[in-house]
Design a protein around this ligand. Structure first.
Ligand code: SF4
Length: 323
């Protein structure tokens, strides 16, 4: 029997909402502004505290993008704008417009400490936007995709993150480009545990929830150190489809038909993710099942089972307790 209600469990701490369709344009099923208003009210009213809304996409592909921001802010939501790295036309003046609208921050993607020839324009745009955000007093959120090729530059990238005045550095260990073995991920996360102790910003990990184990082994407990699909994080696409996360495209429901809060509370995929008693293998017997539980997106992708052991974790098979 489903006994969940908004009074019993906290909601997600962040919702990534892709508000523009791939390729842009007003496509059938796209959530229009009028469709988004009740969704924003529901998100604001149903959970305490309300989740942070991260509005992502190509701002230039929606004429009402700024109105969307304003509407969310008016409903008391904390809003961050996360322009697609390839989005054009985002000048310092545009960032200032968003600040006037009342957004709290800007999210930019920076994967290396210097511009790579193949992504020079993306890098320059990210720097411009980051400078504009910190100059205006907006919170700067930097996301970094972790790849084997990028690991040697992480220390220097950390220096850049410091210099930029970053509020949060979010490291993504489960992007399509991520190619680290479990051993390599363990080494990067261990380095990150040390780096984060001296960091002037919040450090958050996506796609490698075993970081809570590594932090605990280091004697550190940081609430909110990881964001997990279907727990702290949810993803909404431009057509109102709700998923546990951007890398876990298991459809939970659609906002044209159901309220977000109801989908989050009782859609089968969210219930499956929250039911840690069903976890298999090492994740099922690990002392970190509740705090970590493994990446459900990776487990599903690599085994076909949402409850499977997370192959991305190095934890020894015979380990069953918190150190
Ligand atoms: S075995 Fe699973 S629950 Fe335990 S630390 Fe690794 S990923 Fe997390």
């Amino acid at each position: 029997m489903n006994t969940l209600s908004a009074n019993h469990i906290p909601g997600p701490s962040r919702i990534v909402w892709q508000v523009t369709a791939p390729g842009g344009g007003n496509r059938p099923g796209l959530l229009a502004l009028k469709d988004t208003l009740p969704v924003m009210s529901d998100i604001s009213d149903a959970f305490s505290p309300p989740p942070r809304l991260i509005l992502a996409g190509h701002p230039g592909h929606r004429h009402d993008f700024d109105l969307l921001l304003w509407s969310a802010v008016r409903r008391g939501l904390s809003v961050i704008v996360a322009p697609d790295p390839n989005a054009t036309g985002i000048s310092a003046a545009k960032v200032e417009d968003w600040q006037f609208t009342g957004v709290d921050g800007l999210e930019v993607r920076i994967d290396s400490p210097v511009a790579k020839p193949s992504r020079a324009e993306q890098f320059e745009n990210a720097m411009l936007q980051a400078d504009a955000a910190t100059h205006l007093g907006l919170a700067l959120h930097v996301t970094t995709t972790i790849t084997r090729a990028g690991v040697p530059g992480l220390e220097r990238l950390g220096d850049l993150v410091r210099v930029l005045g970053t509020t949060e550095w979010l490291l993504d260990f489960d992007s399509p480009e991520t190619d680290l073995s479990a051993q390599e991920a363990e080494e990067v996360l261990t380095w990150l545990s040390t780096w984060a102790r001296e960091a002037p910003c919040r450090v958050t990990v996506y796609g490698a929830p075993q970081w809570v184990r590594i932090l605990d082994w280091a004697g550190v407990h940081w609430p909110g150190a990881v964001v997990r699909d279907g727990h702290e994080l949810c993803f909404i696409d431009a057509f109102g489809h709700v998923y546990p996360g951007p890398r876990m495209r298991v459809l939970a429901g659609n906002l044209h038909r159901r309220a977000f809060s109801r989908i989050y509370l009782d859609a089968p995929v969210f219930e499956a993710i929250r039911d840690t008693s069903r976890l298999e293998g090492r994740c099922g017997v690990c002392g970190y099942t509740e705090l970590c539980g493994g990446s459900r997106a990776r487990a599903l992708r690599m085994t076909g089972r949402i409850t499977a052991d997370d192959p991305g974790c190095l934890r020894p098979p015979d380990y069953s307790g918190i150190a």
